[in-house]
Design a protein around this ligand. Structure first.
Ligand SMILES: [Zn+2]
Length: 442
């Protein structure tokens, strides 16, 4: 049992001074009578652990290498970026993916992320044959998260087609299980534990036929008691909407609704190009809408209707997706700042609401409803920010400091399930690890 005296802490919706928290077996517990005398001081502003709800760990190898497209070619589009991403996907083995994911997850830890939602579709050997352990890749990711010191929701992804009505092509044979029933059989062999949730994902309406989406959704819903997380890329690109309308006469959201895939444990990732009917469907089902603003801007996806989604009843969460940037503070403020650019008005999202998306709502969408609040009974996660840095000094130490002033580099320490990490000591090591792990696979 260890007690900490937090100089300032975000408790509920308020920043309080001198907050005493006691940690036992990875949870916040009631402080004893003499706890204050034994307390370890944590200077700065402590907030709950941050949830990164959408990650493809291997995309980290592409950072800095995709801005100009391939040699001699113009800067490119989402689809030419995808070709470069596939080239990395072709090379990865369980060992090299473990090393790359561990380094990427350590970068997340140092940025204040205590749990990652890994949208994982790189399942099989390069020719599509399963590994001796059919979950060798998924298990490598689970081990990487454990060794990096963060929790993981492995969102094992069903990916069956190159496009609507088209068999997998090229590297996509590594992604496909053939059909959703075989996907479920493989996923059933994955084991969760106290820091690992096994969830489901449908890659997109492009990559999974409607009847197969239903099979994945039924697997995630299980016996209906609590259900597992179900994530899906939704309407990131206008082309996806056009293809879906041409093939089915429905938007991707309408197709997911008919397939039974919308609900409170569903996260619609991106949700960028939506109709009014889509907004109503996502909102009334109480889905999460996972925005990934730094990736969406990097890929030129567009600005999604975050405020309208929330007004209809959807719950915002955030992810760093392609890891062009890993900085949850930047993701938070980008939601509000993008709305300002789109509408020429300010004041769509408060700092507290954006913090809710990055903390308790994010963790809940990953199957960890007991994380994301500094409160007795919750998982003992703390992200402590330096209030004396050139960015944060003089900013008032309120929620606005966190959302509109801080950057990942301002994270001084991170506690995950009661284990405290000092980031200054970690950063040089993480840089070294990332360099080695990315050079190996590009
Ligand atoms: Zn994605």
């Amino acid at each position: 049992m260890t007690t900490y005296l937090l100089e300032k802490a975000l408790v509920g919706e308020q920043v309080l001074d001198d907050v005493l928290v006691t940690v036992d077996a990875g949870r916040f517990v009631e402080a004893g009578p003499d706890a204050r005398d034994r307390a370890i001081r944590l200077p700065g502003l402590s907030i709950p652990g941050l949830a990164n709800c959408h990650s493809h760990a291997f995309h980290r190898a592409l950072r800095g290498h995709t801005q100009l497209g391939r040699a001699g070619e113009p800067p490119g589009t989402f689809w030419t970026w995808r070709e470069q991403m596939y080239a990395v996907a072709r090379r990865l083995t369980p060992d090299s993916y473990y090393a790359l994911a561990r380094a990427t997850y350590r970068e997340m830890l140092a940025a204040g992320i205590t749990c990652v939602g890994e949208f994982h579709y790189l399942h099989h050997q390069p020719d599509g044959t399963p590994y001796a352990d059919p979950n060798a890749m998924g298990n490598a990711l689970i081990a990487a998260a454990k060794d990096a010191g963060i929790r993981i929701a492995l969102l094992d992804t069903c990916y069956l087609a190159a496009g609507i009505g088209r068999a997998p092509e090229g590297v996509q044979v590594r992604y496909s299980d053939g059909d959703a029933t075989r996907w479920a059989g493989r996923v059933d062999a994955l084991k969760g534990d106290d820091t690992t949730v096994i969830g489901a994902a449908v890659h997109s309406v492009r990559a999974v036929p409607k009847d197969q989406i239903t099979t994945v959704a039924e697997w995630a819903q299980g016996d209906g008691q609590s259900g597992k997380p179900l994530h899906v890329h939704l309407s990131e690109q206008v082309a996806e909407n056009e293809q879906c309308l041409a093939a089915h006469g429905r938007t991707p959201t309408e197709l997911l609704d008919e397939a039974g895939a919308l609900g409170p444990m569903t996260s619609a990732v991106h949700a960028t190009h939506l109709t009014d009917h889509d907004l109503a469907l996502l909102g009334s089902a109480g889905t999460h809408a996972c925005f990934c603003p730094t990736t969406e801007r990097d890929l030129g996806d567009g600005i999604g209707p975050s405020r309208a989604l929330a007004d209809h009843g959807a719950r915002l969460t955030l992810g760093s997706d392609s890891h062009a940037v890993i900085d949850p503070f930047e993701e938070m403020r980008a939601v509000e700042l993008d709305e300002r650019l789109a509408t020429q008005r300010r004041g769509h999202w408060s700092a507290i609401d954006l913090l809710g998306a990055a903390t308790h709502d994010g963790h809940a969408s990953l199957g960890f409803p007991d994380a994301g609040r500094i409160a007795v009974g919750q998982r003992a996660d703390l992200v402590t920010l330096d209030l004396t840095s050139p960015r944060t000094a003089g900013t008032g130490a309120g929620p606005e400091t966190v959302v509109f002033a801080a950057v990942a580099e301002d994270v001084r320490s991170v506690m995950v399930d009661g284990v405290l990490h000092e980031t200054a000591a970690l950063r040089p090591e993480i840089g070294h690890e990332l360099r080695a792990a990315t050079e190996g696979v590009r």
